[in-house]
Design a protein around this ligand. Structure first.
Ligand code: SF4
Length: 387
């Protein structure tokens, strides 16, 4: 028990200001410990900024679990501005889980066409069917959501925290970037998945008990609009006082090497990716007003059920023979770590029975089937140039 003199002393000793405490903990402790020690202030600063600056997005105006789920699936590999028109079309045609579950797969894939990674659309379709099979009752915990098709830790945390207030932190590339900078963590991670795993405990520890969904949204918004990969807008950042990487800029270390390795753009540190170059030879065969296409099998991960111009091998032809034909187009694209050069040559139609996956599609019916995004562009370009 405290003595009377000790109590008197307590009363007389002024408390240090919050700013002093904040600076003190930053200097005496490891950066993540310091951040956690100041987490109430961090949460307040972040939430206050989000209330004032959040972009008006369709899943925020009149929110619903369905909108959150669809938007999270779309945003898994796609930027917000690209996904917005798709989302608007999707919600207009398939406004809820019941409508999605009842829709034919071809319609679902058609609405997704151009977004790529079609397994997301198929999983979303399966998820809606699963939910309707359970009487339309939505699970409320991240663990239960993770049992549904296509739902990983990030989507489970986003959906349950935003829709049901579950205390689950979302950790994606944006959040990793913010946390790595806030703590100036110099660890070199193998890839973004291992970085996300490493930062998950800190993200969890920073989550407030009150409205964790808004905190998660605020973190995502900060990563998307302020704590940018290149040239982050630190002077406008609501949490700059808590940021170790920002402080490195304000109080630069001596020496060129130290200076080169400090500052926000140096975090997170990811091992450089090795780009692999690939060349793909495709064929353009038209016979009696129909185009030869290849349909990916229903369980193909990236292209499930999508049509593309066939490769020479899919058409049963050797690359060396095909490249003697007329070159119609040469296109470059990047998919994950692959830099791909695609060349499309006119070729004679294959004889006899078509191999598995090949189909003749009347040119007049191209609009009714799903072509993977770049292939629809290429087909339109070649048709425009050759007819
Ligand atoms: Fe990111 Fe800069 Fe804010 Fe730090 S101060 S969190 S680096 S935007």
């Amino acid at each position: 028990m405290a003595t009377k003199s000790a109590k008197r002393h307590e009363k007389k000793t002024p408390l240090p200001s919050p700013a002093f405490l904040c600076l003190f903990v930053f200097f005496v402790a490891h950066h993540s410990d310091a951040l956690l020690a100041a987490k109430a202030g961090f949460q307040r600063a972040l939430r206050g900024w989000f209330r004032a600056h959040a972009r008006a997005l369709p899943w925020r105006e009149s929110p619903s679990p369905y909108k959150t789920v669809v938007s999270e699936f779309m945003l898994q590999q796609t930027q917000v501005k690209t996904a917005l028109p798709y989302l608007a079309r999707w919600l207009a045609e398939l406004p809820d889980f019941a409508a999605l579950a009842a829709a034919p797969e071809a319609r679902v894939l058609r609405l997704w066409e151009g977004l790529g990674y079609y397994s997301r659309a198929r999983n979303l379709h399966r998820l809606a069917k699963e939910i309707m099979a359970r009487g339309g009752v939505l699970p409320r915990t991240p663990e239960a959501w993770r049992e549904l098709p296509g739902v990983g830790p990030y989507t489970a945390a986003a959906v349950t925290s935003i829709a049901f207030g579950a205390r689950a932190a979302c950790v994606d590339g944006n959040v990793v970037r913010i946390l790595a900078r806030l703590t100036a963590d110099g660890t070199e991670f193998r890839d973004s998945a291992s970085a996300a795993k490493a930062f998950a405990p800190l993200a969890d520890a920073l989550l407030p008990a009150d409205n964790p969904g808004a905190h998660n949204e605020a973190m995502m918004e900060l990563g998307a609009t302020v704590c940018l990969k290149r040239s982050p807008l630190c002077l406008m950042c609501p949490v700059r006082l808590f940021c170790a990487a920002f402080r490195q800029v304000q109080e630069p270390e001596q020496g060129q090497e130290a200076a080169a390795r400090s500052g926000p753009e140096n975090f997170p540190r990811l091992a450089p990716k090795k780009t692999e170059h690939r060349a793909v030879v495709r064929v353009w065969c038209v016979r009696r007003g129909a185009l030869l296409l290849h349909r990916a099998s229903a369980d193909a991960k990236r292209l499930a059920g999508q049509h593309e111009l066939p490769t020479a091998a899919q058409a049963g032809l050797a690359d060396a023979a095909v490249v003697c034909g007329k070159l119609l187009a040469r296109r470059k694209r990047t998919i994950t770590r692959f830099a791909i050069t695609e060349t499309i040559f006119r070729a004679a139609p294959p004889r006899g029975k078509l191999s598995d996956g090949l189909v003749w599609v009347p040119l007049a019916k191209l609009d009714t089937l799903t072509l993977s995004g770049p292939h629809r562009r290429w087909v339109e370009e070649i048709l425009a140039a050759t007819t």
